[in-house]
Write a protein that binds this ligand. Structure first.
Ligand SMILES: [Zn+2]
Ligand SMILES: [Zn+2]
Length: 96
């Protein structure tokens, strides 16, 4: 899930651009420690919040977002991406 730039009509008849994010607030910073870049997307990794299915929603910058192969408009944060890589490595190891 990411942010996009949209053309908007201003009151005085001119057009301007606006950042529209599908979720979360604008101006959030990347959740990776010491990175601090503007976030461009939120983590879509499925988690449980208050007993209900939700998504991680960690803000990620362009460098730290990880598009999920085969999934449209789905990105994972650094932590969840690494977690999945480890899970996959483990499964591959157990299978061999
Ligand atoms: Zn970052
Ligand atoms: Zn995440």
């Amino acid at each position: 899930m990411g942010c996009e730039t949209r053309q908007i009509q201003l009151d005085d008849g001119t057009t301007g651009t606006m950042m529209v994010c599908s979720r979360g607030q604008r101006g959030e910073r990347c959740s990776v420690g010491l990175c601090g870049k503007d976030s461009v997307a939120l983590c879509d990794y499925p988690v449980e919040r208050d007993g209900k299915p939700a998504t991680c929603d960690s803000p990620m910058c362009e460098r730290h977002r990880h598009p999920v192969p085969g999934a449209v408009d789905t990105d994972w944060c650094e932590g969840h991406w690494n977690f999945e890589q480890r899970q996959r490595a483990k499964v591959a190891e157990e299978a061999s």
